[in-house]
Each structure stands twice: as structure tokens, then as C-alpha cells.
Design a binder for this molecule. Structure first.
Ligand code: CA
Length: 235
């Protein structure tokens, strides 16, 4: 998919918009580039892209609101925020709205393209042939079926996004062991990225898994996360 993936670029600064447009076309992506939030939503509705590059500060509705409206109809569409350095804390909060990643301005075009490729890889469900080799991971009352791309807890089907699925698979491959934030970022995100993004996705997983039983994902403060069975009374 990624060679001809359709990217929607939302950026009000014409020179930055043009640079991204030209660079992404050069790398073989299909691109539509728009200057504000309302035209972004119009473009999203008329021809849904495979990924959105979304500037946070826009002249009409800001990137957070654009994302909120996209998420109302599409929970899975990968979105990467573009943000100025001094708005990074806001952007990190914005990740809880369901962005996949963010890139801080000024950025190199190569870094942006690498990030797009990583996000597309991570957010896509592998082809059936590739999945067929996968087995089933089991831990406590969790079951993750790589061939069917399906997760169950206590027998109940849990709907995970591809990134959440990959993150849980990584934890289930190493049960009881603390994986560092760096290890998880490298294995799931494919680069040594922002730990806030990881923390956000851990919270998504907990929100989906914890209603079905005792918490299984444990935080090792300052280090990382581990999958651990709750200690039972009397043990
Ligand atoms: Ca802007």
C-alpha cells in the first residue's frame, strides 16, 4: 500500500505545504494538499486518504478539532500532527484524541517520509499470507491470534487498532519481563521515538482490557512496562 498511499496534507504555510507536496510525490505518494481545516474535512469526506499530515495551528479550525471530527467517523485513519516546538505539550495532549504520531517543525523531509512509512507499516493489518505464519499467544486470560488478527480476554473479543495489537503482541511475547520504553518503541514504532506516544497507547490498551478483568499491564516507573498476572490472595 505504501508506494501509492494517498496522503492528505493540511498546512496553511504555503512554502511548507509545497515542500511536503513535492517531496511526497517524489517518494511515490499520491498527495492532496489543502490550506485549512474546513477544506481538510471536505477532502477527507469526498476522498478518504490513507494518512493525514495535519498542522496543529490552522487559520480556521485547529488540527485538534479536525482530528476530533475525523475520529467521529474513522477511528483507524493514521494521522501525524505537525507542530511547532513550543506547542509540543499541547500536541502530546492531542495524541489522546487519537493521533498516531507527531513531527516537530522544523523537520527534514527525509525524517517526515520515514515517519510516514513507519506509521503506514504499523497501522496496516498484514496481508493474510504473512499473518498465516503467526501463531497464537496466550497469557493469563488473554489470547492473541496472529493469523486471525484477533484478541480475546476471558473469551470476549477485544477490538484493537493495528498499533495496539502490535504493542500487546510485543508484551505477550515476553510475559513477566519488563520491556523498556526504548525496546517497545523500537519494536512497535520502528524508531526511538517519543515515550508520550507509547504511554498514550498503553492507556488505550488498559482502557480496552481492564474492564474484562484485573489489570495485567504493569508500569515499572521510569523504565517500562510488563505483562504480569495479578497476585492472587493466599499466594
Ligand atoms: Ca500553521
Amino acid at each position: 500500500m505504501s508506494e501509492s498511499a494517498a496522503i492528505l496534507v493540511v498546512e496553511d504555510e504555503p512554502n511548507i505545504r509545497d515542500i511536503i507536496d513535492v517531496a511526497l510525490r517524489f517518494h511515490g505518494f499520491r498527495v492532496s494538499a489543502v490550506p485549512n481545516g474546513s477544506s481538510a474535512l471536505a477532502a477527507f469526506r469526498s476522498e478518504p486518504p490513507d494518512l493525514v499530515i495535519l498542522d496543529v495551528m490552522l487559520p480556521d479550525i485547529d488540527g485538534f478539532e479536525v482530528l476530533r471530527q475525523i475520529r467521529a467517523t474513522d477511528e483507524q485513519l493514521p494521522v501525524i500532527f505537525l507542530t511547532a516546538r513550543d506547542t509540543v505539550p499541547d500536541t502530546v495532549r492531542g495524541l489522546t484524541l487519537g493521533a498516531d504520531d507527531y513531527v516537530t517543525k522544523p523537520f527534514s523531509v527525509e525524517a517526515l517520509v520515514a515517519r510516514i512509512r513507519a506509521v503506514l507499516r504499523r497501522t496496516s493489518v498484514p496481508a493474510e499470507d504473512d499473518r498465516a505464519q503467526g501463531g497464537t499467544l496466550r497469557y493469563a486470560d488473554l489470547q492473541l491470534d496472529e493469523a486471525r488478527w484477533e484478541v480475546r480476554r476471558a473469551g470476549v473479543r477485544v477490538d484493537l487498532s493495528p498499533t495496539e495489537f502490535r504493542l500487546l503482541a510485543c508484551l505477550m511475547e515476553h510475559p513477566g519481563i519488563v520491556l523498556t520504553k526504548r525496546q517497545l518503541l523500537e519494536r512497535v514504532w520502528g524508531y526511538d521515538g517519543s515515550s508520550q506516544v507509547l504511554e498514550t497507547y498503553i492507556s488505550y490498551l488498559r482502557r480496552k482490557l481492564d474492564p474484562l478483568g484485573p489489570p495485567l499491564i504493569h508500569t515499572q516507573r521510569g523504565i517500562g512496562y510488563a505483562l504480569r498476572e495479578p497476585s492472587r490472595p493466599g499466594f
